[in-house]
Design a protein around this ligand. Structure first.
Ligand code: CMC
Length: 431
């Protein structure tokens, strides 16, 4: 870490001695005040629930400038990656720091392909779930269970073990997500077919059956690949921080990633795509576009508890660049599938237009996020609504494992242990 020229001085109105704190500079983005010695020097903690002003780690993977609406993976703008690269190249970039050359790309693809199958016993584990279980519940279990199957990649302090765990996770997630889906609909599992692309293979495992040849539609394949790229990493969000915190104890990497899956499920995070589509369907069922105004009044009324799902972001206060790209994909996919007049798409556009002009949203800098359009794309492709967050998990797995591996290789890494402001009862005696 690079020390900045200036230092911070914290002074107290009660006359306690002031504390001088070092300031560090990143490559871009806000400087950080190093408060690690604050407790030792002042006997005080800092208080920042929700991490509004706290950098919990240093990282060289992903950078977001929320005011500019900019997202960079290893320095490359998301727009350039989405237009010029495929998902596996993006995975290589996130894991290794550089885009692969042709040879590295072929070797990486071959390596991932070698690991697409899961242990056959996995299907018997899966069969223990109810058929109507939510796919995110199933995935949390399946990913955690990988730790029981792959003992040779479980020493997180061994860089080689971490690398093989990364490859296994990237390779096996599509197989597991498709298995969770097939189990729910009562169809036979499809084994991976390794001469297909990453997205094409996933489509076949989802929508193919053993009785017929499956033809991959290249427009849908590209749309899915773009969804994967756009969701691949997003710096220190809730699920990534969960993976880092969970992994900081030195636990098994598959177990740490399953903690990320569990966190992602929530509607304020990855579950927003499912919640957004459910919201659109609810409005549609209750009058559609004609009722949009009424719905927006509910959203603005805090006592209603209704939120405009797919809107707002902790970091983006201008626009979410992923949402722009996803809207493009949405137009392409609906045209390809002859769904241009899809009523939910029309409804989403109307909601977006109202929100972008409404004072409530303008003042709070609330813009559509990636999940506003990704649900419409996934629904058009034929992915069931309750699997949307599973697709997000599949894509985010590379980000989680890249961030976990970065942490475990960081000499400054320590087990995460937040402190608290205690507001409960002080010592008292049982009478
Ligand atoms: N609809 C209505 N009001 C909203 C919304 C929304 N979607 N999002 C934020 N607000 C209001 C919020 O009530 C608050 O108002 P006030 O200042 O009057 O109290 C203000 O805007 C600031 O919001 P906040 O809750 O303090 O912001 P946050 O950074 O804590 O929350 C968020 C960010 C994404 C959780 C939130 O915007 C939200 O719940 N959005 C809907 C869920 C969603 O789409 N999540 C997906 C995020 S992108 C995918 C991912 O990376 O996970």
């Amino acid at each position: 870490m690079k020390l900045a020229d200036n230092k911070a001085t914290l002074s107290f109105s009660n006359g306690a001695p002031s504390v001088e704190l070092p300031v560090y500079q990143g490559t871009v983005g806000p400087d950080v005040i190093d408060i690690r010695k604050l407790y030792g020097q002042s006997g005080m903690f800092t208080y920042d629930p929700g991490f509004l002003s706290t950098a919990a780690c240093q990282s060289a993977i992903t950078y977001i400038d929320g005011d500019k609406g900019e997202l960079l993976y290893r320095g490359y703008p998301i727009e350039q990656l989405a237009n010029n690269c495929n998902f596996l190249e993006t995975c290589y970039l996130l894991l290794n720091g550089e885009l692969p050359n042709a040879q590295e790309k072929a070797a990486f693809e071959a390596r991932v392909n070698q690991h697409t199958m899961v242990h056959d016993q996995m299907q018997y584990f899966l069969r223990g779930f109810r058929r109507d279980a939510h796919p995110m519940a199933v995935l949390t279990g399946l990913v955690g269970a990988l730790s029981a199957f792959y003992h040779d990649s479980t020493d997180v302090h061994n860089a080689e073990h971490r690398e093989i765990a990364a490859i296994r996770l990237i390779a096996k997630m599509p197989t597991l997500v498709a298995m969770a889906y097939k189990y729910g609909v009562g169809q036979p599992f499809m084994y991976p077919q390794n001469d297909l692309s990453y997205a094409g293979n996933f489509m076949r495992m989802m929508f193919g059956n053993p009785c017929e040849e499956y033809k991959v539609n290249p427009v849908v394949e590209r749309a899915l690949d773009r969804i994967f790229i756009l969701h691949a990493d997003h710096e220190q969000n809730a699920s990534t921080s969960t993976v880092r915190l969970c992994g900081s104890s030195g636990t098994n990497p598959f177990a740490a990633i399953s903690a990320g899956v569990a966190c992602l499920w929530g509607p304020a995070h990855g579950g927003a795509n499912e919640a957004c589509l459910n919201m659109l369907e609810h409005i549609q069922a209750n009058g559609g576009i004609a009722k949009v105004g009424e719905f927006m009044e509910q959203v603005k009324d805090k006592s209603s508890g209704v939120k405009l799902m797919g809107f707002g972001h902790r970091v983006y206060k201008n626009y979410d660049p992923r949402a722009k790209l996803m809207q493009e994909t949405c137009n392409e996919i609906l045209a390809e599938l002859g769904l241009e007049n899809d009523p939910l798409f029309a409804l989403a556009k109307k909601l977006e237009k109202i929100a972008l002009e409404d004072d409530y949203f303008v003042q709070r800098k609330l813009y559509p996020n990636v999940d506003f359009y990704s649900g419409i794309v996934q629904r058009a492709i034929g992915i069931p609504v309750n699997l949307f967050t599973g697709i997000f998990a599949l894509a985010r797995t590379v980000g989680w494992i890249a961030q976990l591996n970065e942490q475990m290789g960081d000499p400054e890494y320590k087990i995460g242990r937040p402190r608290q402001l205690f507001t409960g009862a002080a010592t008292r005696n049982v009478k």
